[in-house]
Write a protein that binds this ligand. Sequence first.
Ligand code: E4P
Length: 216
Amino acid sequence: MKLFLDTANVDDIRRGANLGVVAGVTTNPSLVAKEGRDLTQVIKEITAIVPGPVSAEVVATDTEGMVAEGLRLAAIAENVIVKIPMTEAGLAAVRQLAQQGVKTNVTLVFSVNQALLAAQAGAAYVSPFVGRLDDIGQDGIALVADIVDLFKLHGLKAAVIAASIRHPMHVTQAAMAGAQIATVPYAVLKQMTQHPLTASGLEKFLADWKNATEKK
Ligand code: E4P
Protein backbone atom coordinates (compact mmCIF):
# COMPACT_ATOMS: atom_id res chain seq x y z
CA MET A 1 0.00 0.00 0.00
CA LYS A 2 1.29 3.43 -0.93
CA LEU A 3 1.13 6.43 1.39
CA PHE A 4 -0.08 9.85 0.29
CA LEU A 5 0.01 12.97 2.47
CA ASP A 6 -3.37 14.56 3.11
CA THR A 7 -2.40 18.21 3.41
CA ALA A 8 -1.85 21.45 1.48
CA ASN A 9 1.03 22.49 3.73
CA VAL A 10 4.16 22.55 1.55
CA ASP A 11 6.55 22.47 4.53
CA ASP A 12 4.97 19.26 5.83
CA ILE A 13 5.02 17.83 2.29
CA ARG A 14 8.73 18.66 1.97
CA ARG A 15 9.41 17.03 5.34
CA GLY A 16 7.40 13.93 4.38
CA ALA A 17 9.00 13.69 0.93
CA ASN A 18 12.45 13.74 2.58
CA LEU A 19 11.58 10.51 4.37
CA GLY A 20 11.15 8.77 1.03
CA VAL A 21 7.74 7.34 1.90
CA VAL A 22 5.34 9.82 0.30
CA ALA A 23 4.06 8.63 -3.08
CA GLY A 24 1.45 11.35 -3.60
CA VAL A 25 -0.64 14.10 -2.02
CA THR A 26 -4.34 14.78 -1.59
CA THR A 27 -5.80 18.19 -0.85
CA ASN A 28 -9.34 19.46 -0.44
CA PRO A 29 -10.90 22.95 -0.22
CA SER A 30 -10.76 22.92 3.61
CA LEU A 31 -7.05 22.01 3.63
CA VAL A 32 -6.18 24.70 1.03
CA ALA A 33 -8.32 27.31 2.86
CA LYS A 34 -6.44 26.50 6.08
CA GLU A 35 -3.17 27.54 4.40
CA GLY A 36 -4.70 30.87 3.25
CA ARG A 37 -2.87 30.63 -0.08
CA ASP A 38 -3.74 30.72 -3.78
CA LEU A 39 -4.90 27.26 -4.95
CA THR A 40 -3.01 27.28 -8.27
CA GLN A 41 0.23 28.37 -6.61
CA VAL A 42 -0.06 25.76 -3.85
CA ILE A 43 -0.77 22.94 -6.31
CA LYS A 44 2.13 24.09 -8.52
CA GLU A 45 4.50 23.94 -5.54
CA ILE A 46 3.23 20.56 -4.35
CA THR A 47 3.54 18.99 -7.81
CA ALA A 48 7.14 20.19 -7.98
CA ILE A 49 7.97 18.52 -4.64
CA VAL A 50 6.14 15.22 -5.19
CA PRO A 51 6.35 13.56 -8.63
CA GLY A 52 3.42 11.22 -7.83
CA PRO A 53 -0.32 11.97 -8.09
CA VAL A 54 -1.48 15.23 -6.47
CA SER A 55 -5.24 15.58 -6.01
CA ALA A 56 -6.70 19.09 -6.41
CA GLU A 57 -10.41 19.46 -5.79
CA VAL A 58 -12.98 21.42 -7.78
CA VAL A 59 -15.43 23.71 -5.98
CA ALA A 60 -18.01 24.01 -8.78
CA THR A 61 -21.09 21.86 -8.18
CA ASP A 62 -22.47 21.61 -11.74
CA THR A 63 -21.01 19.29 -14.37
CA GLU A 64 -19.97 22.02 -16.80
CA GLY A 65 -18.30 24.02 -14.05
CA MET A 66 -16.51 20.96 -12.65
CA VAL A 67 -15.20 19.99 -16.09
CA ALA A 68 -13.95 23.53 -16.82
CA GLU A 69 -12.33 23.79 -13.38
CA GLY A 70 -10.92 20.27 -13.71
CA LEU A 71 -9.28 21.10 -17.04
CA ARG A 72 -7.73 24.23 -15.50
CA LEU A 73 -6.39 22.24 -12.54
CA ALA A 74 -5.08 19.45 -14.78
CA ALA A 75 -3.17 22.04 -16.84
CA ILE A 76 -1.11 23.08 -13.76
CA ALA A 77 1.08 19.96 -13.96
CA GLU A 78 1.08 16.49 -15.46
CA ASN A 79 0.68 14.79 -12.07
CA VAL A 80 -2.49 16.67 -11.07
CA ILE A 81 -5.49 14.43 -10.38
CA VAL A 82 -8.81 16.24 -10.41
CA LYS A 83 -10.82 15.57 -7.28
CA ILE A 84 -14.55 15.46 -7.87
CA PRO A 85 -17.28 15.10 -5.22
CA MET A 86 -19.52 12.02 -5.37
CA THR A 87 -22.69 13.56 -6.79
CA GLU A 88 -24.73 12.99 -9.96
CA ALA A 89 -23.17 16.09 -11.52
CA GLY A 90 -19.79 14.83 -10.34
CA LEU A 91 -20.19 11.44 -12.05
CA ALA A 92 -21.00 13.13 -15.36
CA ALA A 93 -17.91 15.34 -14.93
CA VAL A 94 -15.76 12.26 -14.21
CA ARG A 95 -16.97 10.69 -17.45
CA GLN A 96 -16.27 13.81 -19.51
CA LEU A 97 -12.85 14.34 -17.96
CA ALA A 98 -11.94 10.66 -18.50
CA GLN A 99 -12.92 11.03 -22.17
CA GLN A 100 -10.45 13.91 -22.39
CA GLY A 101 -7.70 11.86 -20.73
CA VAL A 102 -7.90 13.63 -17.34
CA LYS A 103 -7.59 11.40 -14.29
CA THR A 104 -10.02 11.91 -11.41
CA ASN A 105 -10.32 11.00 -7.74
CA VAL A 106 -13.92 10.71 -6.58
CA THR A 107 -14.15 12.04 -3.04
CA LEU A 108 -16.70 11.92 -0.21
CA VAL A 109 -17.43 8.23 -0.83
CA PHE A 110 -19.40 6.67 2.03
CA SER A 111 -20.97 3.55 0.47
CA VAL A 112 -20.09 0.61 -1.76
CA ASN A 113 -22.66 1.74 -4.34
CA GLN A 114 -21.06 5.18 -4.57
CA ALA A 115 -17.67 3.52 -5.15
CA LEU A 116 -19.17 1.25 -7.82
CA LEU A 117 -20.67 4.22 -9.66
CA ALA A 118 -17.46 6.25 -9.45
CA ALA A 119 -15.39 3.39 -10.86
CA GLN A 120 -17.87 2.77 -13.67
CA ALA A 121 -17.93 6.46 -14.60
CA GLY A 122 -14.18 6.22 -15.19
CA ALA A 123 -12.56 7.48 -11.97
CA ALA A 124 -8.89 6.55 -11.57
CA TYR A 125 -9.23 6.73 -7.76
CA VAL A 126 -12.07 6.50 -5.26
CA SER A 127 -11.74 7.88 -1.74
CA PRO A 128 -13.84 6.26 1.01
CA PHE A 129 -13.71 8.44 4.17
CA VAL A 130 -12.85 6.16 7.08
CA GLY A 131 -12.75 8.58 10.04
CA ARG A 132 -15.94 10.42 9.18
CA LEU A 133 -17.84 7.10 9.05
CA ASP A 134 -16.35 6.02 12.38
CA ASP A 135 -17.49 9.39 13.78
CA ILE A 136 -21.14 8.49 13.13
CA GLY A 137 -20.82 4.99 14.56
CA GLN A 138 -20.25 3.14 11.27
CA ASP A 139 -17.21 1.03 10.35
CA GLY A 140 -15.00 2.99 7.95
CA ILE A 141 -12.43 0.23 7.50
CA ALA A 142 -15.19 -2.30 6.70
CA LEU A 143 -16.25 -0.01 3.84
CA VAL A 144 -12.68 0.10 2.51
CA ALA A 145 -12.49 -3.72 2.65
CA ASP A 146 -15.85 -4.09 0.86
CA ILE A 147 -14.84 -1.68 -1.93
CA VAL A 148 -11.50 -3.47 -2.41
CA ASP A 149 -13.34 -6.82 -2.65
CA LEU A 150 -15.94 -5.43 -5.05
CA PHE A 151 -13.34 -3.96 -7.41
CA LYS A 152 -11.40 -7.27 -7.39
CA LEU A 153 -14.54 -9.35 -7.93
CA HIS A 154 -15.68 -7.29 -10.92
CA GLY A 155 -12.30 -6.32 -12.38
CA LEU A 156 -12.83 -2.59 -11.79
CA LYS A 157 -9.60 -0.68 -12.28
CA ALA A 158 -10.00 2.30 -9.93
CA ALA A 159 -7.52 2.43 -7.06
CA VAL A 160 -8.89 2.72 -3.54
CA ILE A 161 -7.57 5.60 -1.42
CA ALA A 162 -8.42 5.14 2.26
CA ALA A 163 -9.08 8.76 3.26
CA SER A 164 -10.09 10.62 6.43
CA ILE A 165 -7.41 8.68 8.31
CA ARG A 166 -7.23 9.72 11.95
CA HIS A 167 -4.58 7.50 13.57
CA PRO A 168 -1.91 4.88 12.80
CA MET A 169 -4.28 1.93 13.43
CA HIS A 170 -6.41 3.17 10.52
CA VAL A 171 -3.33 2.91 8.28
CA THR A 172 -2.56 -0.65 9.37
CA GLN A 173 -6.20 -1.66 8.95
CA ALA A 174 -6.48 -0.02 5.52
CA ALA A 175 -3.35 -1.86 4.38
CA MET A 176 -4.66 -5.18 5.69
CA ALA A 177 -8.00 -4.51 3.96
CA GLY A 178 -6.13 -4.22 0.64
CA ALA A 179 -6.42 -0.49 -0.07
CA GLN A 180 -3.89 0.50 -2.74
CA ILE A 181 -3.30 3.85 -0.99
CA ALA A 182 -3.90 5.52 2.37
CA THR A 183 -3.78 9.31 2.50
CA VAL A 184 -2.64 10.48 5.90
CA PRO A 185 -2.20 13.79 7.71
CA TYR A 186 1.46 14.62 8.45
CA ALA A 187 0.83 14.15 12.20
CA VAL A 188 -0.24 10.53 11.58
CA LEU A 189 2.83 9.89 9.42
CA LYS A 190 4.98 11.15 12.31
CA GLN A 191 3.12 8.93 14.80
CA MET A 192 3.77 5.95 12.51
CA THR A 193 7.54 6.41 12.89
CA GLN A 194 7.34 6.29 16.69
CA HIS A 195 7.19 3.58 19.35
CA PRO A 196 7.98 4.05 23.06
CA LEU A 197 10.26 0.97 23.01
CA THR A 198 12.22 2.44 20.08
CA ALA A 199 12.77 5.64 22.07
CA SER A 200 13.71 3.87 25.34
CA GLY A 201 15.81 1.29 23.46
CA LEU A 202 17.82 3.99 21.73
CA GLU A 203 18.28 5.88 25.00
CA LYS A 204 19.67 2.71 26.63
CA PHE A 205 22.02 1.91 23.71
CA LEU A 206 23.47 5.42 23.84
CA ALA A 207 23.79 5.42 27.65
CA ASP A 208 25.57 2.02 27.62
CA TRP A 209 27.88 3.23 24.85
CA LYS A 210 28.70 6.43 26.76
CA ASN A 211 29.43 4.48 29.97
CA ALA A 212 31.70 2.01 28.21
CA THR A 213 33.63 4.63 26.26
CA GLU A 214 34.05 6.90 29.32
CA LYS A 215 35.66 3.99 31.27
CA LYS A 216 38.38 3.57 28.64
C1 E4P B 1 -9.43 13.00 1.37
O1 E4P B 1 -8.90 13.09 0.30
C2 E4P B 1 -9.79 14.12 2.25
O2 E4P B 1 -8.98 15.22 1.92
C3 E4P B 1 -9.52 13.86 3.72
O3 E4P B 1 -8.96 12.59 3.92
C4 E4P B 1 -10.64 14.20 4.62
O4 E4P B 1 -10.26 13.93 5.95
P1 E4P B 1 -11.02 14.51 7.22
O5 E4P B 1 -12.24 13.70 7.44
O6 E4P B 1 -10.02 14.34 8.34
O7 E4P B 1 -11.32 15.95 6.92
